[in-house]
Structures are given as structure tokens and as C-alpha cells.
Design a protein around this ligand. Sequence first.
Ligand code: NAD
Length: 494
Amino acid sequence: MADVMNYVGGGWRQASASDTLPVSDPARGEEIGRVPVSTAVDVDAAVKAASEAYPMWRATPSPERARVLFRLKALLEEHKEELAVQLTREHGKILAETRGEVQRGIENVEHACGVPTLMMGDTVEEISRGIDSASWRQPMGVFGIITPYNFPVMIPLWFWPYAVATGNTVVLKPSEQDPLTHQKIVELAEKAGLPPGVLNVVHGSRETVEAICDHPGIVGVSFVGSSNVAEIVYRRASAAGKRAQTLGGAKNYLIVLPDADMDATLDACASSIFGSTGQRCLAGSIVVGVGDAHAQIRERLLDHASSIKIGDGLEPDTQMGPVISAVHRDRVKAFIDKGVSEGAHLSLDGRDATVEGLEDGYWVGPTVFEDVSPDMSIGTEEIFGPVAAINKASTVEEAISMMHGSRYGNACSLFTTSGRAAREFRYHAGISMIGINIGVAAPMAFFPFGGSKQSFYGDLKAAGRDAVSFYTDQRVVISRWSTDPPDPHLIPKP
Ligand code: NAD
């Protein structure tokens, strides 16, 4: 049983809170740790440590800050398997998926290592007579980072490596549902030479998040979670005068055209819908087959979904793990009940799924609905489980207009062999992350990650160059050293 501690000023500290929450192994339904619900007092202690460390860290040359991250990258590579195994235990997803998650996290550390170049400003000589101008990207102070349960290794690494690379210090609040693996990453960061107070971790839930949004010592907040909470955090942090970027939920469409390579499309759609047991913000939830594509993808997807082997993610032949908690399992099953009562056709029912020897795990099997209309809750709400809807459209325009009916705009995909159809889709989709013959449209670390509509609140997104812009302010210097323009005759030609 792990007793999860806060990490403040370079030391592991018991939270002042007396309330704790369980951390479970979702394949077994067993408690494997307890996490404290830290209070405003704990947040304040972490902000103090981060504020004290800030002047020293800001004054550390950016190549030296990058060197700490280079060492962290090497340590993450060395401990990759151990991290993936721990992550499967506390999250439930299969080892291939947790290995992939750790790798995606490492790529963000690699990108942040380029900070001396990424932070460069702009200069213009003689912008007016005798006047030069330059912009400098400067860090801002202490940032709060709040993350969800579904990628507990990768999502914190979308943020804090960039925040510290640019010279800020951080208070991180990981998900209370699976906080253990990132504890190991904090140990590795310490081993890599990250000085005390640069990264602080405060565990907890709503009360802890509210204290981060309100704390006057925090200059900005990065958040990922469900849309309702993303909106609350965006409003609360902005009202307190902070920068905010808050990434929310999703309901992603996968549109299949008749000219698509159907075997490759099936693989992409199935792994998008059922990978990580549907608990990805980029998971496909509604497949729309256009014209003849409908019958073809429907048959393949139903065949495939009914053969998926669910079980312990640590077993090599398992294809899909459990969902995160009993509460979430019951929520997903309640959505399936609702879909049936609202009149959708349930073609594959995962409600009775169980695994021999692991009957206490949080299981939901692959589930497929048909005839889902946009007024049904399963057609509009984010379910965040292995539940798909297969719908029909006569034209690609009709499929796109179904997609535009959603309040979410995180990701979407088109499957086709036509370059022209792909180009038009990109033009009309109106959604920030677009896959062409890709089921999980995840931008890599070098590009910005984040959605549109109610999937994202803010302007600068996670990762890519946006991360550097979010964690720095541009200070523009305009200077005059002479009232005369340079005399071309005084300066010898080179
Ligand atoms: P969540 O919204 O329940 O929790 C996210 C974080 O907010 C956690 O740290 C939690 O402690 C905190 N929190 C929860 N309720 C709160 C409240 N009322 N006030 C303040 N803080 C609160 O999300 P989750 O269940 O951990 O994660 C799944 C959600 O995250 C899904 O909706 C998924 O789509 C979304 N997500 C989005 C992206 C993206 O890039 N847009 C990526 C991953 C996950």
C-alpha cells in the first residue's frame, strides 16, 4: 500500500489534510494506495517553495536548465519498462499502451531540451531613425498544472518540462485516481539534478484545484480534464488574473468514405474506439460510413469488437483493460442503459463483461450502438468508455454537418484514398486536431495539442511552440543610443 506524499521544496511531506482517497488497481478492484486531499494550506506551502526557488532558477542559464532535462530524458529511457508496468497497475490500460504513453511523455522532455533555441526573441535594427527594437521571452514565476487520470505520465509531461525549461517553477496537482507513477518521475527529476522547489507536487481534488486557481502567488494555470471542469477552472483562474489554458472533453467523429482502404480503416477505427478502453480524449466515438462504406465498416467493426479479449493489462494476450474505477464503470453502463431506453439499437452489449479470476475488476466490454440520433445522450455526451456508435450518411457533407452538431471539437478523422477529399475535409472540418487515415489524431510534441469549441478554453495550446509562448511573456525593448542615423562612410566595408 502506497501512502502518497506531497513533494515540496525538494522533500516528501505529509499533507496537512486528514482526508484521503483510495488509489485502486482497476483490474483487481483492490486498493493499492491512499492519496491526501491537500488543502489551501498545503498549496500555499508549495507556492512558497516554488516562489523561493524562482529567482535562482530563472538566473540559471537556459542551456544548464536544458541539461537537467537531457539527464531526465536518459533516466526516463532507463526506467521506461518499470514506469509502464506501474502505470498499467494503477490505470489498467495494457502494457503496449502504457509503453506508448511513457514514450510520448519522453518526446515532450526531448522537445523542451531545445529551450535555448525555442526561447529566442526577435530583433529589428533601425526600426526607426536611430532606434532598435528587440523582444525577449522571459519566464513569469510560479505556474499551476492540473492533470486528469487518463494519461497520468504523459499529460503532466505536456506541461511541466516546458514550464521549468523556460525558467519558471511549478506546482503540479496530478489526478487523485492514479498518482503513483508520476511520483517515480519526480524522483527521477530530482536525480537528474532539478533543484529543490523548482517542481512541487500537491495531491488532492476539487478543493486543491480551487486553491491553485485562487492563489495570488500563481501566475498561470494549465489544466486538462472534462469540459465542465475545464470551463470552471478557466473562469476561476482568469477571474484571479492568471493566464489559463484548459483542455476539456471530446466526442470525436471518424468518417469513412467508400474509397477508403477498409482493412487499414478498420484497424485505425478499432484502436481509436477501444484503445485505452475508450478513455482517451482522442478516442473515436461516432463512426459515420458514407454511402457504401457504411455496410463495409459496420460488418468489420462488429466482427472485430466482438473478438476483443479483455483482461489484466499485464498479460501479453490482453487486448483491452478495465476502466479506471467502479464509479466510472457504473457511469459507462448507465450511458448504455440510457442509449437503449432512448431507442438506439444495441448491436453489441458490453455491460455483462467479466474476467475469470478477476471478477472484482472494473470491466466494461466493447459496446456498439446503431441508429444513434443527435438528440440522444449517447450521441452527444462524452461517455469515455469502449462504446461506439455506427451511423450512416449519404454524402460527406452530411457526415460533416452531423459532426458540426457536436458541442465538442477536439479531434476528427477522415478515411479515404482521395487527396482532394482529404484537402476539403481539412478546410471544412473546423476542428483543431484532424486525422487523415489516422484514427487517433495526436499531434506529436513539436506541434500544439488542444481542441476547439467546448473542448478547449484559452488560446495557447499544450506542447509545441505554444508551450513556450504560454510559459513566457514577451518583453519588448525599444532603444536609442544616438539621435543620428548610422553614417555609412564611417564604417569600413568588410
Ligand atoms: P476531471 O475533470 O474529473 O478531473 C481533471 C482534474 O480536475 C483532476 O486533477 C481533478 O482532481 C480535478 N477536478 C475534478 N473535479 C473538479 C472540480 N469540480 N473542480 C476543480 N477541479 C476538479 O477529468 P478526469 O476524469 O480525470 O479525466 C478525463 C477527462 O479529461 C475526459 O473528459 C477527457 O476527455 C479529458 N481529457 C482531455 C484531454 C484533451 O487534450 N483535451 C486530454 C486528456 C483527457
